[in-house]
Design a protein around this ligand. Structure first.
Ligand SMILES: [Zn+2]
Length: 76
């Protein structure tokens, strides 16, 4: 059976190369950072004089988790 030049797996019909764990990790991390940045920007836009740092942490965490979640859903 032919082997895939990229992943060395069996080249069957509809073959898809398995995504490398490091790449997946980098993508998830990038998504989380993007989500965190976005929610931080939104928070700053809606509340420029925000003094509650606890809210910042929560908003950034939620933004990161939501971004990763959306990324996971879109990938499947
Ligand atoms: Zn392959």
């Amino acid at each position: 059976m032919a082997t895939c030049p990229r992943c060395k797996g069996h080249l069957t019909d509809g073959h898809r190369c398995p995504r490398r764990p490091l790449f997946v990790f980098a993508e998830v991390l990038g998504c989380a950072l993007l989500g965190a940045l976005l929610s931080f920007a939104l928070l700053a836009a809606f509340d420029p004089h925000n003094q509650a740092s606890d809210l910042d942490v929560v908003a950034i965490s939620v933004g990161a988790i939501v971004a990763v979640g959306i990324n996971r859903v879109l990938r499947t």
